[in-house]
Write a protein that binds this ligand. Structure first.
Ligand code: NAD
Length: 469
């Protein structure tokens, strides 16, 4: 079995304890993850602080070169890392949205981010004075990641932080630490010592990070409840925060759509990575005039999608990643049915022996249905009819989440008007969830604070210093 290590100051750090990581398809142990103690955390943060002095003063162009070398490393090792992702996360290795796709995304994000500039802005230059706005790194950035896209999300955190001159301590989810640990080990072959460090352990380690005086910023992707805890404990040392939290994205399908044309996009918008994606479509509102057609067509399409072990030929969807999430999805589906939801496909399971959960479509009449109101983060989609556009907008906005949303129509102008009234950080027209490295992404309402990606995402890893002369 492969040995995985923490990286601290460019060296492997051996921990006294380890914990087992389970393959959700087979329930067999994939490998042992190091389990850091508080002493390990203290020494890793110390190494990151030590490295900050020279990294923050390394010329920006030189840092860009390092980031491009990281992109090369990710490309060279994509097969190896994708295989670890499939083993610990469950997503199929070769599927269009599987773990090789995740690695392709990680490399592409890295490469694009390396091309961003951080120029000095001249705010004033006249007889009254000269004022320059400089962007400075913040210090040591802690990255805390979830289990759904382990390598890609770690890259989203690490790369802009490092490019801006910060050093990083990254803590992956205890469900999927191995691919991130290996990735950080590999990128340490490229970077100077201590610029990117890794730490692994349970949720309590995340809590210790957000409490730690040696951390200047936290970039966190995960649930809204954890985000609130991080915000609360970070307040003691007034840390800078980027919080990418839970979503409950609505899709609104207008009556002029051709179901056959949009159903593949609707399906993959909702079921990408088995629905375990923050910006997956989690509620689908359909105009009553085409409601039945869309339900029938989605059901037929869903039946054609193959679920299985991530290494099996043709598998497009894997299992739910862990039992905790399996139970959340199963219970929400059960409650939805008790509240009047009608099963179109799939349905709840009585056995918890396997983590494979069938693709489930539920016809729902009321917006207060549990599967509509709560984030399922799994392969179950409620489909709700509406009669007027105004009603659809009200229903879509009647939720505490505000990550993404979509509008589906042949009339792009009408769709854009609706987009402007949706309470969320991103709206897609005739697609859902298509994020890009050049477009800032983040949630409003309880879906988070701040953005990642693009120039704004890079700036979020800096502080402003104005120099008057
Ligand atoms: P989670 O909040 O349970 O865990 C995420 C990370 O936080 C893990 O590394 C965990 O160990 C750590 N953690 C747990 N308790 C902590 C604490 N008290 N302090 C600090 N860290 C702590 O989330 P999850 O179950 O891994 O991920 C699923 C959730 O993530 C969903 O709600 C999903 O919508 C959200 N998500 C959001 C985005 C986004 O960009 N907005 C992207 C992916 C996932």
């Amino acid at each position: 079995m492969t040995t995985y290590s923490l990286m601290s100051g460019g060296e492997k750090l051996v921990t006294a304890d380890t914990f087992s990581v389970i393959n959700p398809s087979t329930m067999v142990t994939v490998g042992e993850s190091p389990k850091a103690s508080i002493e390990d955390l203290n020494s890793i943060i110390k190494e990151a602080r030590k490295a900050f002095t020279s990294w923050s003063t390394t010329p920006y162009e030189k840092r860009q070169q390092y980031i491009n070398q990281i992109a090369d490393t990710l490309e060279t090792h994509s097969q190896e890392l994708a295989s670890i992702i499939t083993q610990e996360q469950g997503k199929p290795i070769g599927a269009p949205l599987g773990s090789m796709f995740e690695m392709g995304g990680a490399a592409a994000w890295t490469r694009y981010t390396a091309s961003l500039e951080l120029p000095v802005k001249v705010l004033q230059d006249d007889e009254n004075g000269h004022i320059e706005l400089h962007r400075r790194p913040i210090g040591v950035v802690a990255s805390i990641t979830p289990w759904n896209w382990p390598v890609m999300i770690a890259i989203w955190h690490i790369i802009p932080a490092v490019l801006a001159g910060n050093t990083v301590v990254c803590k992956p989810s205890p469900y999927t630490p191995l691919s991130t640990l290996r990735m950080i080990e590999l990128i340490n072959r490229v970077l100077p010592k201590g610029v990117v460090n890794s730490i692994a352990g349970g949720d309590e380690l995340g809590a210790a990070i957000s409490d730690h005086i040696g951390i200047d910023k936290i970039v966190f992707t995960g649930s809204t409840d954890t985000g609130k805890k991080i915000m609360s404990s970070s307040s003691k040392s007034l840390k800078n925060l980027t919080l990418e939290l839970g979503g409950n994205d609505a899709g609104i399908v207008l009556g002029d759509c051709n179901p056959d044309e949009i159903v593949p996009g609707l399906f993959w918008g909702a079921f990408i990575n088995n629905g375990q994606t923050c910006a997956a479509m989690k509620r689908l509102y359909v105009h009553r005039s085409i409601y039945k057609e869309i339900c029938d067509s989605l059901t037929a399409f869903a039946k054609s999608v193959k679920m299985g072990d991530g290494f099996a030929d043709g598998a497009e969807l894997g299992p739910i990643q862990n039992k905790m999430q399996f139970n959340i999805v199963n219970q929400l589906v059960k409650t939805s049915i008790q509240q009047g939801g009608k099963v179109l496909l799939g349905g709840p399971l009585d056995s918890e022996e396997s983590l494979f959960f069938p693709v489930t479509l539920i016809a729902v009449e009321k917006n207060d249905n549990a599967l509509v109101q709560h984030e399922q983060f799994g392969p179950a989609l409620p489909i709700i009819p509406f009669d007027t556009v105004e009603e659809a907008i009200l229903l879509a906005n009647d939720n505490s989440a505000g990550l993404g949303g979509s509008v589906w129509s042949n009339d792009k102008q009408a769709a854009a008007k609706i987009a402007g009234q949706m309470e969320c950080g991103t709206v897609w027209i005739n697609k859902h969830g298509a994020i890009q490295p050049n477009a800032p992404f983040g949630g409003i309402k309880s879906s988070g604070l701040g953005v990642e990606f693009g120039e704004e995402g890079l700036l979020a890893n800096t502080t402003i210093q104005c120099i008057f002369s």
